[in-house]
Design a protein around this ligand. Structure first.
Ligand code: FAD
Length: 342
């Protein structure tokens, strides 16, 4: 295996709270590695509502999920965190020397003095099609994410789902693909009304087709899926030939491997104290939506506060000799130096 990275702090999750954890650790001169299972940072803000306005970030009257994330990235820039994206933390184990072994799904390994779990509602996994045997075609003809849109141009596409992702891709591929069929289980859509109207207009112009129904089976010729079977609201099953099936049923969070790390869990959340936001395992802290304590509110501003106290709680593990004082960023020459604003 690869040589483990030795570090003072690892943050699991690059949502808003994980990002702000970098800042609070940075002020105490603790450098962090940040890991996220998603390919980009921002957590729920970017994955679920990048363009929606947030109104309750203190002193920011309004910003979108994406803007909040961009601002946090800018704010933590002085601390040069190292990001490890597209990999899930799978293993966390206490070592005999008091530190932790940590490992990700792609084999990146760390030896760290402290861990900050900022895993939100868990790692996001796309909801999959429940059709026997269809998993064999995943990544070949069945996709839950579009990484390279050009792959699908000039092909016969069936796109499943009724939310923004499904509609956005339908609108993207209409005219670029050989044919586009949108398949949704009912007449009503969750997507933006403007996108739905645009889609209906394309249907009227015979540039694509809308089908109401669900995938209930498929036919294959050797290794190649040739058609799917679609059962409509009328109970009739029809055959639909295709090259690719793109499925956007939304993401569902899974607590996943976090459940196996020996941490006290209450209703899918990690129990922490409210002094340091430390779990039952000394050296492992939990901040943001993933934690629970009396009075917990799943708000970004609460997560920011938790990150500040967790950083102070963790400092003694990293600097056992040092007395840690709270300082103001406004007036402290030391913090100015750390922030690079002198
Ligand atoms: P998350 O944002 O959930 O990020 C956690 C990250 O951890 C994810 O990226 C995930 O992939 C990663 N992760 C999980 N497990 C692992 C693992 N094992 N390995 C690697 N990575 C992992 N809050 C407000 O304060 N104001 C609002 O107006 C507001 N509006 C909202 C609107 C909507 C539609 C939604 C869904 C939420 C809203 N919220 C709002 C809630 C807010 O988004 C959350 O409180 C916030 O995102 C929590 O941040 P977090 O960093 O704790 O977790």
């Amino acid at each position: 295996g690869k040589t483990p990275i030795e570090t003072d702090a690892v943050i699991v999750g690059a949502g808003p709270v994980g990002l702000f954890q970098v800042f609070e650790l940075g002020l105490l001169e603790i450098k962090a590695h940040v890991i996220d299972s998603l390919p980009s940072v921002g957590g729920q803000c970017v994955e679920l509502y990048p363009d929606k306005p947030i109104y309750d970030i203190p002193a920011v009257p309004m910003c979108t999920g994406q803007e909040l994330t961009d601002n946090l990235l800018k704010q933590i820039e002085p601390f040069g965190p190292t990001f490890h994206l597209g990999q899930e933390v799978t293993v966390v184990q206490k070592r005999e020397d008091g530190r932790f072994d940590l490992e990700t799904s792609v084999g990146t390994r760390f030896i760290t003095k402290t861990i900050f779990i900022a895993a939100g509602v868990g790692s996001f996994q796309p909801r999959t099609l429940k059709v026997d045997g269809i998993e064999a075609y995943e990544g070949k003809q069945v996709f839950y994410r579009v990484k390279d849109p050009s792959k699908f141009e000039g092909k016969n596409l069936v796109i499943c789902g009724g939310g923004d992702s499904a509609l956005d891709w339908v609108l993207h591929f209409a005219g670029k693909a050989e044919s586009v069929v949108l398949l949704h289980r009912r007449e009503e859509f969750r997507a933006a009304p403007a996108s739905v109207a645009k889609m209906k207009e394309l249907c009227e112009n015979f540039e694509m087709q809308l089908l109401v129904g669900q995938v209930t089976g498929f036919e294959a010729n050797g290794d190649v899926m040739t058609e799917i079977k679609v059962t409509g609201a009328d109970g009739v099953t029809r055959r639909l030939p295709l090259d690719y099936l793109l499925v956007f049923f939304g993401l569902s969070p899974k607590l996943g491997p976090i459940a196996d790390w020996g941490l006290e869990i209450e209703r899918r959340q990690l129990k922490v104290d409210t002094e340091k936001f430390e779990t039952n395992v000394p050296g492992i802290f939990a901040v943001g939506d993933i934690n629970t304590y009396p009075g917990k509110k799943k708000l970004i501003l609460s997560g920011f506060h938790e990150a500040a106290l967790a950083a102070f709680g963790a400092a003694p593990y990293i600097f056992p000799e040092k007395k840690i004082h709270m300082q103001y960023t406004t007036t402290s020459p030391k913090l100015h130096k750390i922030l690079g604003v002198e």
